[in-house]
Design a binder for this molecule. Structure first.
Ligand code: FPP
Length: 246
């Protein structure tokens, strides 16, 4: 699918894994004197476009922070809207995922999601399980500290059972117990809306990730801006703490 990249892009320097903190839906609506719900609706359209562009650009993994563990504390009506938008998104994108070889994945405390959302997710995850073009990971009821705690709990249990040796515990052992086990770490993190914080997102996985903070509110995040960010990424000099040409 990346055989026809736009001018100025080379397949080798496209990030393998892009993670996005989609922020600013509420402010987008407020600026227009609209209910926050309208911002989330418009934000869902941006999600569709970003998924499509990512696939076209040959990105292998796209991870979207769609709902954090802290988001459960929002007003009930807003949580319900987000859940129904998610279902609407899944219903409308199912065909696109099947046609475009996209595998759906979901990570987080999925058992806290309403049954209907969970079963929609599970059905599409099963249907798309064999797809190899791109993995779309929705981070839902996700919190990195909970993820790390769960991983440490699982490791501790295995140590107790004699299945893991605490003396030789490695980074790979811990990473293998995160929700993202088997996925490469994000190469590029984008956060929209001008906020410059991680908000409990992929704290382990972002150790060497390139960050881009955009002032654009998520509903206004355009394909053009996304492509500019991808272009900027190509210019970055990633050294992973080492010196170049050593
Ligand atoms: C941040 O905006 C966004 C969210 C908490 C949810 C993201 C959800 C969507 C983009 C739509 C539904 C998701 C999918 C996958 C279809 P905010 O409400 O925190 O904005 P604010 O900081 O301006 O209040």
């Amino acid at each position: 699918m990346n055989s026809e990249l736009p001018e100025g892009f080379s397949a080798e320097s496209i990030p393998v894994h892009v993670a996005i903190i989609m922020d600013g839906n509420g402010r987008w609506a407020k600026k227009r004197l609209m209910n926050r719900v309208k911002g989330h609706e418009k934000g869902s359209e941006t999600v569709r476009n970003v998924v499509r562009t990512s696939r076209e650009m040959g990105i292998s993994y796209l991870s979207l922070y769609a709902f954090s563990t802290e988001n459960w504390d929002r007003p009930k009506s807003e949580v319900a809207t987000l859940m129904s938008l998610l279902r609407r998104f899944l219903a409308s994108e199912r065909e696109e995922m099947l046609e475009n070889n996209i595998r759906l994945n979901a990570i987080g405390e999925l058992d806290r999601l309403p049954d209907k959302v969970r079963s929609d997710l599970e059905n599409i995850m099963v249907e798309t399980a064999g797809n190899t073009g791109m993995v779309l990971t929705l981070c839902l009821s996700y919190g990195a500290r909970d993820e790390l705690t769960a991983a440490m709990r699982a490791v501790a249990i295995k140590v107790g059972q004699g299945l893991l040796n605490p003396e030789s515990l490695s980074q790979e052992d811990l990473a293998g117990h995160l929700y993202t086990a088997g996925m490469p770490d994000p190469d590029l993190l984008i956060r929209t809306s001008g906020e410059m914080r991680l908000s409990n997102f992929m704290l382990w996985q972002l150790a060497y990730t390139e960050f881009v903070f955009s002032p654009t509110l998520w509903p206004d995040f355009s394909e053009q801006e996304y492509l500019e960010i991808l272009k900027g990424y190509q210019e970055r000099d990633r050294r992973f703490g080492k010196v170049k040409d050593a």
